[in-house]
Structures are given as structure tokens and as C-alpha cells.
Design a protein around this ligand. Structure first.
Ligand code: 1SD
Ligand code: ZN
Length: 261
């Protein structure tokens, strides 16, 4: 069938993903609720080394794919230390909530509370696999860096271009090229405090292939910036694209580790 998956509406909403995508019913799914009192501090956990994350010039595609806004990243961006092997960046995208309902839209929750939005920087294991598509369904295939967003008092000027570009890719399928990107500046300031666990893609087909690193320090955006993120893009049905997050999945027998006490 060509019924399209959705978050909340229609026949294939998130409660029913597993009927078409069996992995979505697995035991190591994402996102999860991170419970601080249950995480295990791992003092041997290595800090991440991010190479090529600073300002890059080139031609990068920014696309409204109907589920999110995605920026394709250059292969010169890599995680060179801190994970089992080298992981090469592929793309980054966001998940957010809804303006009307004032609903928050991060995917990972922390002690049950949900931040406004969440950034995912997706990488594949380039030591073992030739491409993202080869890696995406392998248990050691992918690594995602996740950052939550919170309200701040000031405009985050590292997001100004990104936010104003949303207008230009309003409709599902639209894309544009951007000529520079500075991902490092778009992350949180504290990269040393994070949680780590093994999980899955948070969208169908939900492959259990991701080493998740969820940072503790939120990135802040102004109210205006968050409002624009929540209200500018349209989905495939030409409705406002919002609340594109999956609810927390059972932890089952997994343990979440932390890099800090
Ligand atoms: O939602 C994304 C999806 O768009 C795609 O990027 C996938 C990687 O193939 O990853 C998921 S997520 O788990 O990074 N949300
Ligand atoms: Zn995502």
C-alpha cells in the first residue's frame, strides 16, 4: 500500500507504524524518557571530537521533506573520537511542537518533561560502511547527536539565516541551496555533558541502528524564532507542519549512561 505514515492523523499514525514497519515495535526503540536518577555515570566515557563542524563553505541543500526541515551536510564533518569508530555526518534536521496548542515538540524527554524542540545531527559509521544507506539498518551503523531547544531571552543569531530560509521552502518537497554552514555554532555551548544509549530511528522504518548521544545543555532560541520554526512549513497535505515528534518508547532492559555526575 502507499498509505503514508504520519505522527498523529490518519490510518498510519505513530501508534500503528509497526503494522507496516515491524521494527517500530522492537525492544530498542527511540526516543526514550531519560530519568536522571536511573542513568549510570560512566567515568570512562570519552568526550566527542567533532572535526569539520566549524564554518564550511560550499553548496548545501536545505529541504522541506514534508516531515521536517533537513540540511544535507558535507562528508568533511566527522566524529573522530568518542565513539567506536569514525562517523561521518550526513544531514541534520529538527523536531518541534505546535504554536496553537503551545505544545512542546522535543523527542527525548528528561524526567518526563519535554523541551520545545530537538536537533538531530545524523552520522554513519564510515569505518565499516561505504554509505549512509548501507549503514542505516546495521546495529553499529549510525550515530545521532541530539540537542534540545529551550526558550531564551535573546535571538540566537547563529540561527537567523536558518529561520529566515524556512519561508523559502514552505511547501513539502521544496528545497534551496545554502552557501555556508556553521554547525558548531548552532550546538549548545556545553558539549561535555551528555547521555548515551542504544536505540533506533525515531521515524519509520525505525531500524535499531543508532548510538544516541543526547546533550544535557539546551540550545536557546527566542520566542520569535521558535514561533517561526513551529508555524512556517507545510506538510504533504498542505497543513502546518508541526508536532513532528514520536512519543517516548519503553526502555526495556537498556541502560542510559551519562558522561557526568
Ligand atoms: O527522522 C529521521 C529521518 O528523517 C531520517 O533522517 C532518519 C535517518 O535515516 O533518522 C530519523 S531520526 O531518528 O534521526 N529522527
Ligand atoms: Zn530526528
Amino acid at each position: 500500500s502507499d498509505i503514508h505514515w504520519t505522527y498523529k492523523e490518519g490510518a498510519l499514525d505513530q501508534m500503528h507504524w509497526a503494522t507496516k514497519y515491524p521494527a517500530c515495535g522492537g525492544k530498542k526503540q527511540s526516543p526514550i524518557d531519560i530519568q536522571r536518577r536511573n542513568v549510570r555515570f560512566n567515568q570512562n566515557m570519552l568526550q566527542l571530537e567533532l572535526t569539520g563542524y566549524d564554518a564550511q563553505k560550499g553548496n548545501f541543500r536545505m529541504i522541506n521533506n514534508g516531515h521536517t526541515v533537513q540540511i544535507d551536510l558535507p562528508p568533511s564533518m566527522k566524529i573522530t573520537k568518542g565513539l567506536p569508530g569514525q562517523f561521518t555526518a550526513v544531514q541534520m534536521h529538527l523536531h518541534w511542537g505546535g504554536l496553537d496548542l503551545e505544545e512542546s515538540g522535543a523527542e527525548h524527554t528528561i524526567d518526563g518533561s519535554r523541551y520545545m524542540a530537538e536537533l538531530h545531527v545524523v552520522h554513519y559509521n564510515s569505518d565499516k560502511y561505504k554509505s549512509f544507506s548501507e549503514a542505516k539498518d546495521k546495529s553499529d551503523g549510525l550515530a545521532v547527536l541530539a540537542f534540545v531547544y529551550d526558550y531564551g531571552h535573546f535571538e540566537n543569531t547563529y540561527y537567523s539565516d536558518f529561520i529566515s530560509n524556512l519561508e523559502k521552502i514552505k511547501y513539502a518537497g521544496q528545497s534551496m541551496n545554502i552557501s555556508s554552514i556553521d554547525v558548531l555554532s548552532m550546538l549548545s555551548e556545553n558539549l561535555s555533558h551528555f547521555f548515551r544509549y542504544e536505540g533506533s530511528l525515531t521515524t519509520p522504518p525505525c531500524f535499531e541502528s543508532i548510538i544516541w548521544t543526547v546533550f544535557d545543555t539546551p540550545i536557546t532560541l527566542s520566542h520569535n524564532q521558535i514561533r517561526k520554526l513551529e508555524s512556517t512549513l507545510m506538510d504533504v497535505d498542505n497543513k502546518t507542519l508541526w508536532n513532528d515528534y514520536r512519543i517516548a518508547q519503553p526502555l526495556n532492559d537498556r541502560v542510559v549512561e551519562s558522561s557526568f555526575m
